[in-house]
Design a protein around this ligand. Structure first.
Ligand code: GAR
Length: 210
């Protein structure tokens, strides 16, 4: 059985989508814990309502990024996680932390990477005059919002979109592709070859509802 620990900073809607899919599809997983760096994160309540134990490791309590990451790592390892799911976790992680979880830590980012790493992705896609936008699930590597791509979900940009209407459309897609990627991982269907992730047996890794 896989033990999943999720790291969050905010709302927790991706976490909720994953947990609900796990229940609906009877995945052979245990959600060992949810850890937030932000004591006010709404996602902590989401986790508790799903019967998952929660804790706060507040980055403000630590003198350095290294000290924070060290505390986080101790907690994750104490929980026995073999998959770490970053679900709206908004802290940059140190290379030592990333190395420790290489190949077993995944993240979702609200853009079609390599486009728009970083923040304000929806506004940047609008400002760029793009016709499409989306989200990416990827293994975490030392470069922020890079790393091997597991899957991507595309949505159209409509003429009257603003950042919030576009974010809502992308978020729906996130709630589809993140559970999909986790399911592939726990069913051992992912194989990393260089910077490419293959799914076995093959299945589309680029999703578009259009
Ligand atoms: C999601 O849109 C996720 O893609 C984004 O934060 C949001 C979290 O929402 N993550 C990043 O920007 C990471 N670089 P949620 O807390 O409701 O899942």
């Amino acid at each position: 059985m896989h033990a999943i620990v999720s790291l969050i900073s905010g709302r927790g809607s991706n976490l909720e989508a994953i947990v609900k899919t796990a229940t609906a599809k009877s995945w052979d997983v245990q959600f060992a814990g949810v850890i937030s760096n932000n004591p006010e994160a709404k996602g902590l309540e989401v986790a508790r309502s799903q019967g998952i134990s929660t804790q706060v490791v507040n980055h403000r309590d630590f003198v350095s990024r290294e000290a924070f990451d060290h505390a986080l790592m101790s907690e994750i390892d104490r929980l026995g996680a073999d998959l770490i799911v970053l679900a709206g976790f908004m802290r940059i992680l140190t290379p030592a932390f990333i190395k420790h979880y290489e190949g077993r830590m995944i993240n979702i980012h609200p853009s079609l990477l390599p486009l728009y790493p970083g923040l304000h992705t929806h506004q940047r896609a609008l400002d760029g005059g793009d016709q499409k936008h989306g989200a990416t699930v990827h293994f975490v590597s030392a470069e922020v919002d890079q790393g091997s791509i597991i899957c991507q979900g595309e949505v159209p940009i409509l003429p009257n979109d603003d950042a919030s209407s576009l974010a809502a459309r992308v978020l729906k897609m996130e709630h589809y592709i993140y559970p999909l990627a986790v399911e592939w991982f726990i069913n051992q269907r992912l194989q990393i070859e260089g910077n490419t992730v293959h799914v076995h047996p093959p299945e589309s890794q680029y999703i578009s509802f259009a």
